[in-house]
Design a protein around this ligand. Structure first.
Ligand SMILES: Cc1cc2nc3c(=O)[nH]c(=O)nc-3n(C[C@H](O)[C@H](O)[C@H](O)COP(=O)(O)O)c2cc1C
Length: 158
């Protein structure tokens, strides 16, 4: 499938970046082209890129987005661009030990993107660091299924 994917990474200690690297390797096959961007220094204009978006972010503080994702998140809230053309998925990382705010980093992006008119493809994935399941392995499996859903959504909207 001829598709561009922009993979946006929010991370504090690199786990989400590792997941993103695995997903890029799995998804980028020549037909599907993946560009991975750390969220540092991005603003909401990144969503005017062609193709679909994959948000891969952890959670910090008290259910906050990681520091490197804050500027992008705050800009979405401040600028409130119309994102009705945007389709996206969310691979979130967190830890169930933080019961009240489990995976809120991914949730915050999901909520604001939906509010701005974007359409999520697939369920938001919520990795649990205390589960013993390696996030990069889950990421690999999850993103293949997600690509299948993107293919369905793309063919039904043609
Ligand atoms: C100081 C601190 C605060 C955290 N706060 C939360 C939280 O509120 N909710 C949550 O689900 N996970 C929380 N986590 C867990 C991280 O999101 C999780 O370990 C994740 O895998 C880290 O990914 P990263 O290396 O990409 O930043 C916290 C971790 C630390 C060290």
């Amino acid at each position: 499938m001829n598709l561009n994917i922009t993979l946006l990474v929010g991370t504090m200690t690199g786990t989400a970046q590792l997941c993103a690297q695995e997903m890029e390797l799995a998804l980028d096959d020549g037909d599907t082209q993946v560009e991975t961007l750390l969220m540092d220094n991005l603003d909401s204009s990144v969503f005017s890129r062609q193709g679909v978006f994959l948000i891969c972010t952890s959670t910090y503080g008290q259910g906050d987005v990681p520091d490197n994702a804050r500027a992008l998140y705050e800009d979405l809230k401040a600028q409130r661009p119309s994102l009705s053309q945007v389709r996206y998925g969310v691979f979130g990382l967190g830890d169930r030990t933080y019961a009240e705010t489990f995976n809120f980093g991914g949730k915050r992006f999901d909520d604001i993107l939906t509010e701005l008119g974007a359409t999520r493809i697939g369920e938001r994935y919520k990795h649990d660091a205390s589960s013993g399941v390696l996030p990069e392995e889950t990421a690999l499996e999850w993103c293949r299924q997600w690509l299948g859903l993107i293919a369905e959504a793309t063919s039904s909207s043609r």
